[in-house]
Design a protein around this ligand. Structure first.
Ligand SMILES: *Cc1c(COP(=O)(O)O)cnc(C)c1O
Length: 230
């Protein structure tokens, strides 16, 4: 199906989920995850009004950012980060969702060009102790957030989670509610957070019900990916 049509369907799903939850649809940002798809697909989505795009692979993302610079899009790095690969991220992206240790945050802060706005970051939390082990443990999130918020090149926006696929709505909701509770605790401790990045193609309704402010949707917009790159 055409990318524009898929975008309309996703906006309708978000609107319905917000209605059910008694939330305003304007409180949920749609991030279109364009990993593995060519710049032409991103340009089509942009023609359909989409502004925010997510990439997992740094080199691929940097190439698309350069190819589409004339469109003035907002680019989010959502993939795993190694500390020796932070420079292109700091120099080209607008957001990073996958900060899970202080060393990465320090490097991003040092490498962020002062000519650019502060780099928006979320701390990735391993909310369900998933086997990939990406993300900080929930009990360590507050200490990391307090260290990151002090870094001069970064603007700490919130937390990001990638739970394991759930067997159904209730199970997905329960995991997302744990992330929301952690987010609320961090806010209550005085951190100025506004972003709870959770929910993907399969579970965005449960994420919105739990309080997500940013859903990351790939396959439901751009179509299926080759499994090796998923
Ligand atoms: C690929 C990816 C997504 C999008 O997943 P879909 O199931 O295609 O919607 C969201 N977040 C992250 C971190 C991803 O890697």
């Amino acid at each position: 199906m055409a990318i524009e049509t898929n975008l309309e369907l996703i906006h309708a799903r978000i609107a319905r989920a917000c209605h059910t939850a008694g939330r305003a649809p304007s409180g949920v940002l749609l991030l279109a995850v364009s990993k593995t798809f060519p710049p032409e697909a991103v340009a089509q989505a942009a023609a359909g009004g989409q502004r925010d795009f997510g990439e997992n692979y740094i080199q691929e993302g940097v190439e698309k950012i350069a190819a589409l610079a004339h469109l003035g899009l907002t680019w989010h790095c959502i993939g795993p980060l190694q500390s020796n690969k932070t420079r292109p991220v700091a120099e080209h992206f607008d957001w990073v969702h996958s900060v899970d240790r202080l060393k990465i945050a320090q490097r991003l802060s040092e490498q962020r060009p002062t000519t650019l706005p502060l780099l928006n970051v979320c701390i990735q939390v391993n909310i369900d102790a998933g086997p990939t082990k990406a993300g900080v443990a929930p009990e360590d999130a507050l200490a990391l957030a307090q260290a990151v918020v002090a870094l001069p090149g970064l603007r700490l926006r919130g937390i990001m989670t990638i739970p394991e696929p759930s067997p159904g709505f209730a199970a997905a909701l329960a995991v997302h509610q744990r992330a929301k509770a952690l987010f609320d605790r961090l806010c209550a401790s005085g951190l100025p957070l506004d972003t709870l990045s959770m929910g993907m193609s399969a579970d965005l309704e449960a994420a919105v019900q739990a309080g997500s402010t940013l859903v990351r949707v790939g396959s439901a917009i751009f179509g299926g990916r080759a499994t090796a790159a998923a």
